[in-house]
Design a protein around this ligand. Structure first.
Ligand SMILES: Cc1cc2nc3c(=O)[nH]c(=O)nc-3n(C[C@H](O)[C@H](O)[C@H](O)COP(=O)(O)OP(=O)(O)OC[C@H]3O[C@@H](n4cnc5c(N)ncnc54)[C@H](O)[C@@H]3O)c2cc1C
Length: 433
């Protein structure tokens, strides 16, 4: 019987623990500094907004862990001695492992701005960030959020519910420009502005200026503008939480480098979830994937390998979903933010009702490779099958009803999409060739 130690009790670490227990009798210890019990990180915003209590973000009863012989330890690991297979906690406790899984997640990516250490500057990743945000929200009139992405929009919505004025600095000409094509970027930008958030485009943070108490007084932008504010939210992305592993024999780059079996360069040491970086690219996927469901898949995969069934990480088609205030967003496969040679697209929008679909396909073969949906919920299993089959784009458009989840998205809309597709210049190319 081996002792499997997992650092990190997020979705990746906990899924690994649960599956190792299913397949084996190994001793399992999960260590985390943040909170004793696993909780849903994406649900943190709803705690702030008063929709749920923090306890409700914990999917398992506290008794689950003892029943399943998964030992939980709340501690921060300072040192990993890979040679003697030993961990040392901040309190000096030593924990010996046979197999180690690193599932240490992400931290806010502070980019070295002048003033980033002032009181009133923070990101939103950990439970402690939420507690800090609650404290910082008192007497807060004007907040500046740096970065227009998923965490940025969540912060904006959260603060908005407490009637705090919010300004977002966005590097690109539209919201989430590194991911969304301009059409839907503009659609979402309009939606956010309508909700009363100030968006400042093509602008970045230059520095944060303190008051006499070392708190945020204002910021200066790269365009030379000064904005008075009492709080700055850093939402320019997250990065793997690996600083405590630097200067060891573990190979790292952006994250902990792993092969397809999620093994690191050190025997019996694996990395999963947000902190792992794939050595070999997998299709168009990013080498570090900081999303919930890929953490879960990696947890399941590494459990197989550790329990004697070496298994490669095989995440299938890319998928993600989010909500931008009232607009639901789903993305399947690949819709590129900028035009790419060899690929064509077709965009349909009902601006009045804030709905849109953006299809991407290979220009020559006409094979469907991705779709963005806004305000329209699609059936995962159907779209996933189309991507796997590489269905021709015309068939996708014709069969759209099959993927339609919402009753609201009536046949009337489907007809409009189909008619627009027939009229589009891309369809003309399809007919001509
Ligand atoms: C605000 C927010 C909203 C999000 N919303 C979504 C969403 O809607 N959909 C989606 O797909 N994804 C979302 N994500 C991303 C998703 O939550 C993450 O991809 C996922 O939680 C990562 O899981 P993980 O198990 O890799 O790591 P984590 O959940 O980050 O867990 C890692 C744990 O390891 C602990 N740890 C690290 N180092 C040490 C150490 N040295 N000693 C002890 N403990 C340590 C950390 O404290 C942490 O508790 C969101 C993220 C955030 C921050």
């Amino acid at each position: 019987m081996s002792h499997v130690v997992i650092i990190g009790n997020g979705i990746a670490g906990i899924t690994a623990a649960r599956h190792i227990r299913k397949f084996s009798d190994n001793r399992i210890t999960v260590i985390s500094a943040e909170n004793e019990y696993f909780f849903s990180r994406p649900a943190l915003m709803y705690v702030y907004m008063g929709h749920m209590k923090f306890e409700h973000t914990q999917p398992y009863e506290n008794s689950f862990w003892k029943k399943n012989r998964i030992e939980l330890k709340q501690a921060y690991i300072n040192i990993v001695d890979f040679k003697s297979k030993k961990l040392i906690s901040a309190e000096g406790e030593e924990i010996v492992y046979d197999k180690l899984i690193l599932a240490t997640g992400s931290v806010t990516h502070f980019r070295g701005w002048k003033g980033q250490d002032l009181n009133g500057v923070q990101g939103l990743v950990a439970k402690q960030d939420l507690e800090l945000l609650n404290n910082n929200s008192e007497n807060l009139n004007h907040a500046v959020i740096v970065g227009g992405g998923l965490i940025g929009i969540e912060l904006a919505e959260m603060l908005h519910t407490r009637n705090i004025e919010v300004t977002m600095l966005i590097r690109e000409s539209h919201f989430w420009g590194s991911v969304l094509p301009i059409e839907e970027g503009k659609l979402i930008s309009n939606h956010i502005e309508k909700r009363g958030i100030n968006l400042v485009f093509e602008t970045e943070l230059a520095e944060i200026i303190p008051d006499s108490d070392n708190r945020v007084k204002s910021i200066k932008t790269t365009t030379g503008k000064h904005i008075d504010c009492q709080w700055v939210g850093i939402a320019t992305g997250v990065k793997p939480n690996i600083s405590f592993l630097k200067n060891t024999a573990l190979e790292t780059d952006l994250g902990i480098l792993v092969n397809r079996n999620l093994a690191t360069n050190i025997p019996d040491v694996y990395a999963i979830g947000d902190c792992a970086q794939q050595c070999e690219p997998i299709g168009h996927r990013k080498s570090v994937e900081a999303v919930w469901y890929t953490g879960r898949i990696m947890g399941e995969t590494v459990a197989q390998t550790i329990c004697g069934n070496p298994t490669a990480y095989n995440p299938s088609n890319w998928f993600n979903s989010a909500k931008f205030f009232d607009i639901e967003y789903q993305t399947y496969g690949w819709v590129f933010s900028k035009k790419k040679e060899g690929y064509s697209d077709f965009y349909w929008q009902d601006a009045k009702n804030e709905r849109a679909l953006h299809f991407q396909y290979e220009t020559n073969s006409k094979k469907f490779i991705g779709i963005n949906a806004f305000g329209i919920r699609l059936r995962h299993e159907i779209v996933d099958a189309w991507l796997t089959e590489k269905l021709p784009i015309e068939k996708v458009i014709l069969q759209l009803q099959k993927a339609n989840f919402d009753k609201e998205f009536s046949k009337k809309y489907l007809k409009k999409v189909q008619q627009a597709f027939q009229q589009s210049k891309f369809q003309k190319n399809l007919v001509d060739e």
